[in-house]
Design a protein around this ligand. Structure first.
Ligand SMILES: O=C(O)CCC(=O)C(=O)O
Length: 293
């Protein structure tokens, strides 16, 4: 087994250098054209980030004092950054971790301007699963293959992601359960998690993580504006996880698809074909589903 994969399996995450200097500069320019760094919220009230995955509109950026989350795969006007989603270095790493025939199922920008306090509570990425259906001993076991890899690729240095290394394939300890305070989704804000560490990333590095890890997003106060490309993939050689359904397939209309590059059109057609094979998100967390071939 390659070293990256054994580290990924053991710790639940690996950090890899991805962008060369010129690529980084080019992505920074594209990002600057999409999001204004100077805009500051007039309203300084702090906002919760728990539902950030539902997505924001680019035109609303920085109106409030919080981190923003922009979906990209379904948003006309964001095509200039889409080549990040078939970057050969990123795809190569994910293939080595998950297997061949990658399907992208989420792509977004995590963005916060200077001065923002960002606090997304401790969680595993299981928000789509009703709490009473979360069978931890199956979902977080060493034997179930978690066919999902999430990536943060910051364009500026950051340490907003925090993780509990090795927590992806075991159930919570009693100390962790105490922090979750009865929730299987998000822990209440403001509690320390035993064993948690920040993941400092240099601009152009990426963290590849198993999103069953106990993790959170947290920055006491953003100093360098956050501009991070966030992506998720699975391998079509195995059944997908619930993360596959994050992409709103209803928005992949022929008119929209026609405006994408040939490579992106192909990726979206592969996504839709996979969706045809696996129409039901609620199957994906049932015992035995991940083991289906
Ligand atoms: O890097 C971050 O801000 C955390 C992202 C996160 O927790 C998630 O996508 O589930």
């Amino acid at each position: 087994m390659n070293t990256l994969k054994s580290k990924f399996l053991e710790n639940g995450y690996v950090i890899v250098d991805i962008l060369e200097k010129t690529e980084l500069e080019s992505f920074r320019q594209i990002m600057a054209d999409l999001l204004d760094v100077e805009v500051r919220a007039d309203n300084r009230e702090v906002h919760s980030s728990s539902f950030q995955h539902l997505g924001d509109e680019i035109r609303d950026f920085a109106r409030e004092n919080r981190q923003y989350y922009f979906h990209l795969l379904t948003k006309p006007g964001t095509e200039s950054i889409h080549h990040a989603f078939h970057n050969p270095r990123i795809m190569g790493v994910v293939e080595s971790l998950l297997g061949p025939d990658l399907i992208i199922n989420n792509a977004s920008i995590l963005a916060a301007n200077k001065g923002v306090k960002y606090d997304l509570g401790w969680h595993r990425d299981v928000i789509q699963i009703p709490q009473q259906e979360i069978e931890e001993d199956y979902l977080y076991s060493k034997t179930r293959f978690h066919n999902s890899c999430q990536i943060n690729l910051p364009l500026y240095d950051e340490d907003a992601l925090w993780v509990v290394p090795g927590s992806h394939n075991r159930v919570n300890t009693s100390e962790e359960n105490a922090v979750f305070d009865g929730s299987k989704h998000y822990a209440p804000l403001g509690k320390e998690m035993p064993g948690a560490i920040p993941v400092p990333l240099k601009a152009g590095q990426a963290v590849f993580y198993n999103n069953n890890l106990i993790h959170r997003g947290y920055t006491e106060e953003v100093i360098i504006p956050r501009r991070t490309i966030h992506m998720g993939y699975h391998s079509a050689s195995k059944p997908p996880t619930w993360h596959f359904y994050l992409l709103n397939a209803a928005l992949l209309k022929p008119d929209y698809l026609a405006g994408l590059s040939a490579t992106m059109q192909n990726m979206m057609h592969e996504y839709l074909e996979c969706r045809r094979q696996f129409p039901q998100m609620s199957d994906t967390w049932k015992r035995g589903f991940a083991e289906r071939i």
